[in-house]
Design a protein around this ligand. Structure first.
Ligand code: SAM
Length: 181
């Protein structure tokens, strides 16, 4: 279901991948990877010399991503279950950390992103895409599944990041790219 939504044309996955300009061999962490739609897209983009970590708190979803990768002979994906021991990624290992529709799930986002910084390579980027709060009442607004863009930017600034790109081609979501200061 998550993958069907992520791949719907209105969410413009192709455009997202394109503007990120990932290089072959890059290392990406897809945090809150869900059904892994972007994990697999990234894996194909970075090629065999690259690596993609699918990170989630949901073991069942990670098992789905792992099986999908295995069945399709995609060998550069690793799944990482987040548990009480925290996030386990290679230190200073990631060129890109990607969170799509995940920011609003985080209980202490400022602390979370401060902690995340040690997993970024120097110059590495953090991408935060999340639902906008829309003026008309809809399901996203009713269940609180959105994050105000100003709050995302303020949180990231307080966590020690600088905004380097902002795209507004997504009709329902905001799209901000940060680097560590
Ligand atoms: C709305 S889904 C988005 C899935 C995927 N990023 C996409 O765009 O299709 C949110 C995902 O974040 C995961 N999640 C929630 N809290 C998390 C956390 N603290 N760390 C990592 N993943 C989390 C959920 O299990 C779920 O898979």
């Amino acid at each position: 279901m998550l993958n069907r939504r992520a791949s719907h044309p209105k969410f413009k996955a192709d455009e997202i991948i394109e503007v990120l300009s990932l290089q072959k061999g890059a290392v990406v962490a897809d945090i809150g990877s869900g059904g892994g739609y972007f994990t697999i897209r990234f894996a194909k983009t970075v090629g065999l010399n690259g690596r993609v970590f699918a990170v989630d708190t949901n073991a069942r979803l990670l098992a789905y991503v792992k099986n999908y990768a295995k069945k399709n002979q995609i060998t550069n994906v690793e799944t990482v279950l987040i548990d009480k021991n925290g996030l386990n990624l290679p230190k200073e290992g990631c060129d890109l950390i990607f969170l799509r529709n995940v920011f609003h799930h985080l209980n202490q986002p400022e602390h979370y992103f401060k902690t995340l910084k040690c997993f970024l390579k120097p110059g590495g980027r953090v991408v935060v895409i999340d639902y906008k709060k829309r003026k008309t009442l809809n399901v996203i607004a009713l269940i609180g599944h959105y994050a105000e863009e100003a709050f995302i930017q303020e949180t990231m600034k307080n966590a020690g990041y600088v905004l380097v790109e902002r795209y507004d081609f997504l009709p329902e979501q905001t799209f901000n790219v940060f680097r560590a200061m």
